[in-house]
Design a protein around this ligand. Structure first.
Ligand code: C5P
Length: 400
């Protein structure tokens, strides 16, 4: 999905063994639609070649020789000024030192100080080089000036030692870059609250009653809202998914925990997307000790959980302009969705028929109907990411 279409990234690759991972990073950024101009330092070419980057970005990769080449002496100015973001990954101790000082003795460091684009640095070096006071001072200086410093992480290092110095994984750098480059989207400045996943209702300290929600649709909504420029708070039940970069994750377990968190966060939100599969019932009480098999099958009495959407509807503050509910139905989809629209006082219901094999729980696709006062819009079978983008597009028209 070309979320970074039209965005220019100047990717600086410096002389670290992690530069082989920079090719994967360049590929990921290109797949997101960005125009990636790569500049390799002389030391980087000991590990990788311009062709590596040209092959994955479809654009020229530059060397110091190009500074004096036939494009004239202003190549560095063009590369620096046209960039929406300058990303140096891997960033060696040497390049960090140059950037901290504003030195400009090669094409990359020269280009880096000609523009005013945000600077993102992913340091990679051996542990002792990273902890060296000079490197730390350089990083502190760069951070003070507004550079975004990602990592480094700890783990296995090329020296054979283990410590802090590994470059952050390309997927994570690409995700952070995606976040930074999408702040100017149509939902820029808006706060969107998303709930996702199923809740767990404790039976005893080990067991819980839950449901088959994977959280995929809710997490896709959070990503789509971030891509549209919103600040996103993601209130999530337990899932196997990683929160999208830039989202503020608020993990919860039970419906009651989710209710408290949603009511709190809704005060400062412009929109609520209630995609979580909230358990309608919970055990009346949770045993304080693990229930023993020897005691025989227990009788578990259930009580109703609070309806979070209804509670938000009642306590709706001035800021909350759009509330979106989700309805997973196994029969009478439209009738039930229309009823919920009224009963829960929401602005939009995203309804799906969970009896279809390729829609709803666990799978990656979904087929939904958007139901609002304005009417009914049936969307075709789509990936959950596409459904999320369609819902966020609708949300944008509600908020703007
Ligand atoms: O009535 P039903 O559970 O099908 O409604 C689904 C919608 O209501 C979803 O948006 C879900 O997140 C929300 N819900 C809620 N609190 C509950 C149960 C569902 O907010 N206790």
């Amino acid at each position: 999905m070309a979320v970074l279409k039209g965005k220019r990234i100047l990717l600086g690759v410096t002389g670290s063994i992690a530069s082989y991972k920079a090719a994967d990073l360049a590929s990921k950024l290109a797949q997101l639609g960005a125009e990636v101009d790569t500049v390799l330092t002389a030391a980087a070419t000991q590990f990788v070649t311009p062709l590596t980057f040209q092959s994955v970005t479809g654009r020229r990769a530059y060397l110091d020789a190009d500074l004096w080449g036939n494009e004239g002496h202003v190549l560095h100015v063009r590369l620096g000024k046209e960039a929406d973001l300058v990303l140096v990954a891997p960033a060696t101790a040497n390049t960090l030192a140059k950037l901290a000082q504003g030195r400009a003795d090669n094409l990359l460091t020269l280009a880096a100080i000609t523009g005013s684009a945000p600077l993102v640095l992913a340091p990679a070096m051996d542990g002792d080089m990273y902890t060296n006071p000079a490197t730390q001072a350089n990083l502190a200086r760069l951070a003070e000036r507004g550079a975004h410093i990602l990592g480094p992480q700890s783990g296995h290092l090329a020296s054979g030692l283990s410590g802090v110095g590994r470059m952050v994984e390309p997927a994570e750098i690409a995700a952070q870059t995606r976040y930074l480059l999408t702040r100017d989207g149509p939902l820029g400045g808006k706060r969107v609250l998303v709930t996702a996943g199923g809740t767990q209702e404790a039976v005893d300290p080990v067991r819980a009653i839950s449901n088959r929600s994977s959280g995929k649709q809710g997490y896709a909504l959070a990503q789509a809202a971030l891509d549209a420029g919103a600040e996103v708070t993601l209130v999530s039940g337990p899932t196997a998914l990683a929160a999208p970069a830039g989202a503020m994750l608020r993990p919860v377990r039970s419906a009651e925990e989710m209710l408290a968190e949603v009511l709190e966060q809704a005060k400062n939100s412009d929109a609520l997307l209630m995609a979580a599969a909230v358990a309608d019932f919970r055990p009346k009480s949770s045993a304080s000790q693990k229930i023993k098999r020897a005691g025989g099958a227990p009788q578990i009495e259930l009580v109703a959980n609070p309806d979070i959407l209804a509670a938000v509807g009642k306590a709706r503050g001035k800021r909350l302009k759009a509330v979106v509910g989700f309805a997973a139905e196994s029969q009478d989809l439209l009738k039930n969705a229309q009823q919920k629209l009224k009963a829960k006082k929401v602005d939009l219901i995203v309804a799906n028929d969970i009896s279809a094999a390729d829609a709803g729980f666990e799978v990656d696709t979904n087929q939904v109907v958007l139901v609002s006062k304005q009417g009914v819009e049936e969307l075709p079978l789509m990936s959950k990411d596409e459904v999320a983008r369609a819902v966020i597009e609708r949300l944008s028209s509600m908020l703007l």
